[in-house]
Design a protein around this ligand. Structure first.
Ligand SMILES: [Zn+2]
Length: 130
């Protein structure tokens, strides 16, 4: 997805939370509180990632992409697969994508990145853009 714009990285917040967990300021139960819906979304729409879970070190983490934006209508707030994201980006105006990493083993979950996809101000994506 080469058309990602306005990328925001949440690595600092993630590191801060992990540091809090390591020193006991935040309990594991608080940090690893993945909602059942989030776990389901990870299972069905999640992107496997080779990065091990920062909490339990298992390699089953998935990245779930949530989309938000008025132009998406009923799709707003839903988890989307990579293929669906590409389709939405081709057919819709700008919308926000939030990437959450989820560990199905321990329940760790954290927002890692957000970016903007879709057509901006009359720009059309050509077939060569990707
Ligand atoms: Zn884990």
């Amino acid at each position: 997805m080469s058309s990602q714009r306005d990328v925001v990285d949440y690595a600092l917040q993630r590191r801060a939370l992990l540091a809090d967990v390591a020193c006991g300021r935040t309990s594991l139960g608080e940090a690893c509180d993945a909602h059942p819906y989030l776990l389901l979304a990870a299972k069905h729409y999640g992107d496997p990632t080779p990065t091990p879970c920062p909490v339990c070190d298992k390699r089953h983490q998935r990245h779930v992409h949530y989309v938000y934006g008025a132009c998406l209508g009923r799709a707003a707030g839903q988890a989307k697969s990579r293929g669906e994201l590409a389709d939405l980006a081709r057919t819709h105006d700008e919308f926000d994508v939030y990437v959450v990493e989820v560990c199905p083993d321990c329940g760790w979950n954290h927002l890692i990145r957000s970016f903007v996809l879709g057509h901006s101000g009359g720009e059309t994506l050509s077939a060569a853009d990707g």
